[in-house]
Ligand binder design. Sequence first.
Ligand SMILES: C[S@@+](CC[C@H](N)C(=O)[O-])C[C@H]1O[C@@H](n2cnc3c(N)ncnc32)[C@H](O)[C@@H]1O
Length: 219
Amino acid sequence: MSTYFIMKFFERTPIWYDRAIRWITFGKMADIRRSARSYFHPGQLVLDLGCGTGEWSLLAASQGAHVKASDTSPLMLQRAYSKACAASYGKHIHFAEQSLMELDNEPDKQYDVVITSLVLSECRKDEQAYALPHIARVLKPGGLWILVDEITPQDGVLALCIRCFRNTVLFFLRWMGVAVTHPLRICPADLEKLGFRIKHWQRLNAGTFLFCVAQKEAQ
Ligand SMILES: C[S@@+](CC[C@H](N)C(=O)[O-])C[C@H]1O[C@@H](n2cnc3c(N)ncnc32)[C@H](O)[C@@H]1O
């Protein structure tokens, strides 16, 4: 959550955003993207929700996928667009200024891969609850959901310490009227209830950061 303000600052100055993410995550986001490269293939249709400066979209397009990259921030989209223009495969990315809350406009079983990276935690709990079933709905049977985000830590002493620290900071931030992130409160069973099979579930940064790849059951 302390990263939220830093992140929000850099979302308003997107030219610095990629560098900031590299520093904040000690290069972990780049490592995660590298390890996810094999999930993208030529001809796939990919939806990158909250695409930001487009790093995931560019990765998917570099592997031959066709990407719809959506975000609510014109500044972030502009940055992503200029990066796409500079890459030979950038023409395979279609950008849309669109909210995750407009997912009901997407047809059923449309995409081979949906990416949500650091965006769901910027949404309120009710928005997360809205988005998750839609992500399942818009994926083709056998399609993949790549989910990278903040997550509430598991039980244990470390988790308790992190929760106490977080709740104290949150209390003061809310008191000051400042918006905060909403780390996901999900476990593999929740995704299974939505019709997913977990292919990869990895907690990083003392269990507060999730890299998950879930596959929609083939019907
Ligand atoms: C922390 S950035 C993550 C960007 C990128 N996905 C990444 O992994 O670097 C969060 C992005 O989500 C966008 N965002 C926040 N709420 C959104 C919503 N409801 N719908 C679509 N995008 C949203 C923000 O504008 C921002 O670009």
